[in-house]
Design a protein around this ligand. Structure first.
Ligand SMILES: [Zn+2]
Length: 399
């Protein structure tokens, strides 16, 4: 049964939070206030629910008040925002970057999709690195004199009370002001390096300015690479099933100084039941047969123009009959011109992109995680606090 939530109540909870300063031994307390809104069937239930929510919020709230004696923000106050921010950006990085990097890594060399996805990963990594660095560089304990002045102001306004004055000691304060500085700066450096590494694939391809072959896949290819060449004509087999035997040879072998004109070639190898009857749930799909040709791994072909003739005999279930299907055969013959890049340009581009993405995003995520752990560890260095609820203890700030 669900009660109709007709009443809305907003309630405020307040408490004093007592802190002991780790640096000077002083004790002070800060006034904390939170409010929450709740809907319920009756006004009293709504007020009770809102009060419970406000009190829960109050229990999780950390006061942001410096020690009135020495000006130091305690470790739990300092670590509060960094802990949340590092965790948030490590999570964003893991959720957004990992799938993007997994898709971007194996994309064909030189393809626009590879560039777009890689740059997207770099942008996410750079944004995460920027937030981590900005968070690390922000130190609320940079100016203790200004903090002391702020504490005096808060005491005047009734937000704070000094309980026991501390004895400020510059040597102890220095130790408490900036924790794990070296580890944090190293993590920041790792996140910058990580963001840069993710862009390695794009930088590698564009720095070489290799020739692009629009009709080949990958569009960049060098001696020793595998290239997919697609026929101009199409066939329309049932369910798009086809297999083929393909032969390829270098048409300008003499000009290139190649002794062997034949190229290692493979094609599609679909298998289907030869005796299937024409089933009307099977759909004819247009396909462009293709062959994958392995370019000779000869260094002298780098930068040269190669003419490749591909002869392909395709075998496929033909849908043109109205009642039954039959296996049909079609032969294709096309010639392609490829402008070659450096040896293994396609393979190396993909390896460098995938490696850069894997290592780079791992560095950014690991750096964020380390920073989160350091903030957590810092927070645990704070001396225990004591909470005095203003409901149990009718102390008022203006007292
Ligand atoms: Zn202090």
């Amino acid at each position: 049964m669900t009660a109709r939530k007709a009443y809305t109540a907003t309630m405020t909870a307040a408490c004093w939070r007592e802190h002991m300063c780790g640096a000077c031994g002083g004790a002070f307390r800060a006034l904390l206030e939170t409010s929450a809104t709740s809907d319920y069937a009756t006004p009293s239930e709504a007020r009770l629910a809102a009060l419970e929510a406000a009190e829960k919020l109050l229990a999780d709230t950390v006061a942001m008040q410096p020690c009135p004696s020495c000006g130091l923000y305690q470790p739990d106050m300092v670590a509060q925002a960094p802990m949340r921010r590092h965790r948030k950006w490590t999570t964003i990085a893991a959720i957004a970057i990992v799938p993007l990097a997994l898709i971007a890594g194996p994309q064909s060399a030189g393809s626009i999709m590879a560039d777009i996805l890689t740059i997207a990963v770099t942008i996410f990594c750079a944004a995460a690195a920027f937030v981590h660095i900005r968070t690390v560089l922000h130190n609320p304990n940079r100016d203790l004199a200004a903090n002391r002045a702020a504490a005096t102001g808060a005491i005047g306004a009734g937000w704070m009370e000094m309980l026991v004055p501390g004895i400020p000691n510059p040597a102890t304060a220095k130790q408490w002001r900036s924790r794990y500085r070296t580890s944090r700066l190293l993590a920041c450096a790792a996140s910058i390096l990580g963001a840069l590494l993710t862009s390695a694939g794009v930088l590698f391809v564009h720095a070489h300015n290799w020739p692009v072959n629009e009709h080949a896949d990958p569009v960049i290819a060098g001696p020793g690479d595998d290239v997919k060449l697609t026929m101009v004509e199409t066939i329309t087999p049932l369910e798009g099933l086809w297999r083929a035997t393909a032969k390829a040879q270098v048409a300008n072998a003499g000009e290139l100084g190649l002794a062997d004109t034949a190229l290692q070639t493979t094609s599609n190898l679909d298998v289907w039941h030869e005796s299937i009857s024409r089933d009307f749930s099977l759909i004819a799909r247009e396909v462009q047969p293709w062959a994958i040709v392995t370019l000779p791994a000869t260094e002298m072909l780098a930068g040269r123009r190669i003419w490749i003739q591909v002869d392909l005999a395709a075998h496929y279930p033909d849908a043109s009959g109205s009642v039954s299907f039959h296996n049909a055969d079609t032969t294709f013959s096309d010639t392609y011109v490829l402008q070659l890049a450096a040896p293994h340009a396609a393979r190396d581009s993909v390896l460098i992109r995938a490696g850069g993405l894997a290592l780079g995003s791992a560095l950014v995520i690991a750096a964020g995680y380390l920073l989160h752990r350091l903030a957590l560890r810092e927070s645990n260095l704070a001396l225990p606090t004591r909470t005095i609820s203003l409901h149990d203890n009718p102390i008022q700030p203006e007292e």
